[in-house]
Write a protein that binds this ligand. Structure first.
Ligand code: 5GP
Length: 199
């Protein structure tokens, strides 16, 4: 153990199954926590304030940006999303691995500030499958679904700066791959740790 946790950036289109993979990983390991974002979009059925997101209005969001309370922020299909800074910094200091489930513009911002972050892109097995998942969710209008598919296509084309790619065809396998990436990251050569071991 080196003391400080790893920051894990997980991106991928809405409908890629990202959040299911994240919640599975958190259930299975006590060394991982999830950074709950703020968003100005409305909750979907079943979403809980403080679990999936903190649902806030645009005025509060703008205040948080002005006060530098967000580590990164971006607009996604007409709504604002951002990562509260304090929680992430505190958890990393406490040695926890922190997962950010964020889209690609935010991922770029964090990657530039914190190049040691582990970046993982998760994709559905095909665009047809993505459409099927978004439609079967039954929570978005056709217009929003089309906008999300267009955005997904664009993100996948721009995703070449990520370290890892998971194709989520099978949830169990995707969750195992995610956990394996994290384990590998924890075993990256750490000079400080190596020096301590020979003292
Ligand atoms: P959804 O509305 O489907 O929950 O999320 C839409 C997109 O916003 C997803 O790609 C998700 O990863 C991204 N997202 C969620 N929270 C944040 C955040 O705090 N910052 C950024 N940049 N993207 C976020």
């Amino acid at each position: 153990m080196t003391g400080k946790g790893n920051l894990i950036i997980l991106s991928g289109p809405s409908g890629s199954g990202k959040s299911t993979v994240v919640f599975r990983a958190i259930e299975e390991r006590s060394d991982i926590c999830f950074s709950t974002s703020v968003t100005t979009r409305s909750p979907r059925a079943g979403e809980v304030h403080g679990r999936e997101y903190f649902f806030i209005d645009q005025k509060r969001f703008d205040e948080m940006v002005a006060n530098d309370e967000l580590l990164e922020h971006a607009t996604y299909v007409n709504h604002s999303y951002g990562t509260p800074r304090n929680y992430v910094e505190e958890q990393l200091e406490n040695g926890m691995n922190v997962i950010l489930d964020i889209e690609i513009q935010g991922a770029r911002q964090v990657h530039e500030k914190m190049p040691e972050a582990i970046t993982i892109f998760i994709m559905p097995p095909s665009m047809e499958e993505l459409r099927r998942r978004l439609e079967s969710r039954g929570t978005d209008t056709q217009e929003t679904i089309e906008a999300r598919i267009a955005r997904a296509r664009h993100e996948i084309q721009e995703a070449d700066f990520y370290d890892y790619l998971i194709v989520n065809d099978n949830l169990d396998l995707a969750a195992k791959e995610f956990s394996a990436i994290l384990t590998a990251a924890q075993c990256r050569f750490d000079k400080e740790l190596a020096a301590k071991l020979v003292k």
